[in-house]
Design a protein around this ligand. Sequence first.
Ligand code: MG
Ligand code: MG
Length: 263
Amino acid sequence: MIFLKTEDEIGLMRSANQLVSKTLTEVGKLIKPGVTTKHLDRLAEEFIRDHKAIPTFLGYPNPYGSDFPASLCTSVNDVVVHGIPNDIPLVDGDIVSVDCGVLLEGFNGDSCYTFRVGEVSDEVNELLRITKESLYKGIDASYAGKRIGDIGAAIQNHCEQHGFGVVREFVGHGIGKDMHEDPQVPNYGKLGSGKQIKNGLCIAIEPMIVQGSREIWMMPDKWTIKTRDGKCAAHYEHTIAIHHGKPEILSSFEEIEKIENQY
Ligand code: MG
Ligand code: MG
């Protein structure tokens, strides 16, 4: 069942997502060779709680194993999603996708950004650029009257045109009082297919794109998802609301990109 949001509810969604973006900005300021993802996670949890919100990933249930043990998902290089923060220092040339979710005043925020650690290869830069572009192409397809399949088609076309793989097993989602609501928002699809997009719809769009084959596997921790071929994966996510017929991006990369450009 899809819950369309009122004007007031979209306002609360905006606040929750702005806090996610601020958290990702704080995390981004610390990303450099030598830092551990566990350190980033500790900072993020403290920052979220200091802003009277709850880190929603912490304790998230897993049908296959134990609850998620951290406030961030930190997915390094060939990890596609759901990487668990650990004590391994990041090194020059790594990429790390930092996914963050918060619950603030009863509503959820959810956003992800793939950061570079130092200098990365041209091939990896291209993966990051195309994945981020595909997110905005998906957002641009999110107008009232269009369909969910239009979003996936826009993302898939852009990424596949550039020779990248689109992961099928994990998808975007409706978001609101729950972090994961209906409808599912795949990163692939056919134009004109799927549920109609309406005013008040809030969704997280989150392309998970790989350099090589789109085949993935789950690690024994039952969380970490890696590419089978060991090539890199990128993941960018915005939460948006359909407001006055068009997409409003509730999260933001603006501050993140400012610090990123200082490298
Ligand atoms: Mg997310
Ligand atoms: Mg999400």
